[in-house]
Design a protein around this ligand. Structure first.
Ligand SMILES: Cc1cc2nc3c(=O)[nH]c(=O)nc-3n(C[C@H](O)[C@H](O)[C@H](O)COP(=O)(O)OP(=O)(O)OC[C@H]3O[C@@H](n4cnc5c(N)ncnc54)[C@H](O)[C@@H]3O)c2cc1C
Length: 273
């Protein structure tokens, strides 16, 4: 069963919602006046987009809670779902029940990590165990053991499905953690597919869905130095220890200021997709 993520829906006109929310904070105008300006075209779509894009560069994140996305997610393992449901704020989950849904297939479907397939002989061991679990599970159901008890033999590899509602502030936070190279591969893959869906419909927002070291997020890594050294993104993103060292050198006057050309190069590199 392949991992699949679909964007079911999203709150109408997310950029306008963000414009209205941010504008309300920074203008003497009342919200009805702000929204009249939007409605009668006094504020063009370009101005809305530019204003929002500028605000997204700031630490003012609470307006992002006013933009909501709904996702349908299928074919993820219970190992993933245990991690996913740990997120508590600004996210709401509905997950397929193992009490009310019995696994009827001849061969219970399950998620197989690639690492088992790469290790000689281990994929066969994995399949053999899954087949045995399937046999015992189905026997238990046939013998009248309720699904809620039969499921006790099911593995972390069992696939599950979600409908999820998440606001944009929390989606960014989830991506901060779960797109990080230190996150588990499957949840990283799922969040990457969520990002792809948002990029498809609102690229201005979707491009901000990055690991926390991304140039539109913190811009540096705060994970253990050893992990940063092993991380492929570590080749292009600084570690916080390096930033502290640079800052100490700067304070001590031991750092040459960058020239115009160098500054531009650093900025260009930082803006790489
Ligand atoms: C690489 C990695 C390894 C992990 N390993 C383990 C592990 O070994 N064992 C384990 O149990 N868990 C582990 N976790 C899960 C982790 O501990 C969190 O439960 C999970 O990431 C949920 O994130 P969150 O707390 O930021 O919750 P979210 O709900 O996503 O939080 C959203 C925001 O609200 C804040 N927030 C939420 N609740 C409160 C509160 N009550 N008070 C104040 N602020 C709050 C959060 O700090 C965050 O800023 C791991 C996570 C990652 C990414």
């Amino acid at each position: 069963m392949p991992l699949e993520v679909v964007l079911i829906d999203y709150a109408r006109d997310p950029l306008l919602k963000l414009y209205g929310a941010y504008r309300t904070c920074y203008t003497p105008k009342t919200p009805p006046e702000v929204w009249r300006d939007i409605g009668d075209g006094t504020v063009s779509p370009e101005k809305v987009r530019d204003f929002v894009v500028e605000r997204l560069k700031t630490g003012h994140v609470s307006p992002l809670e006013q933009v909501v996305f709904w996702f349908g997610i299928s074919g993820v393992s219970r190992a993933l779902s245990h991690q996913f449901v740990r997120h508590r704020i600004g996210i709401s989950f509905e997950q397929q029940s193992q009490r009310y849904v019995k696994y009827r297939e001849d061969r219970l479907e399950y998620v197989t990590p690639k690492s088992w397939e790469k290790s000689p002989g281990m994929a066969e061991e994995y399949d053999r165990l899954m087949a045995e679990i399937t046999r015992v599970y189905q026997l238990a159901v046939e013998k009248g053991i309720p699904a809620e008890d039969a499921r006790f033999v099911l593995p972390n590899a069992t696939p599950t499905n979600f409908q999820v509602m998440v606001n944009f502030a929390e989606l960014l936070h989830v991506a901060d953690l779960r797109l990080c190279w230190r996150a588990q591969w499957e949840i990283r893959h799922m969040v990457a597919l969520m990002r792809r869906e948002v990029v498809r419909v609102v690229p201005e927002l979707g491009s901000h869905i990055q690991p926390k070291c991304g140039e539109k997020r913190m811009g540096y890594c705060d994970e253990p130095l050893k992990d940063w050294e092993r991380c492929p993104i570590g080749k292009v993103r600084p570690h916080k220890e390096q930033l502290f060292q640079l800052f100490a050198r700067h304070k001590a006057g031991n750092l040459e200021p960058l020239g115009e050309a160098e500054l531009r190069r650093v900025e260009d590199e930082g803006n790489e997709p």
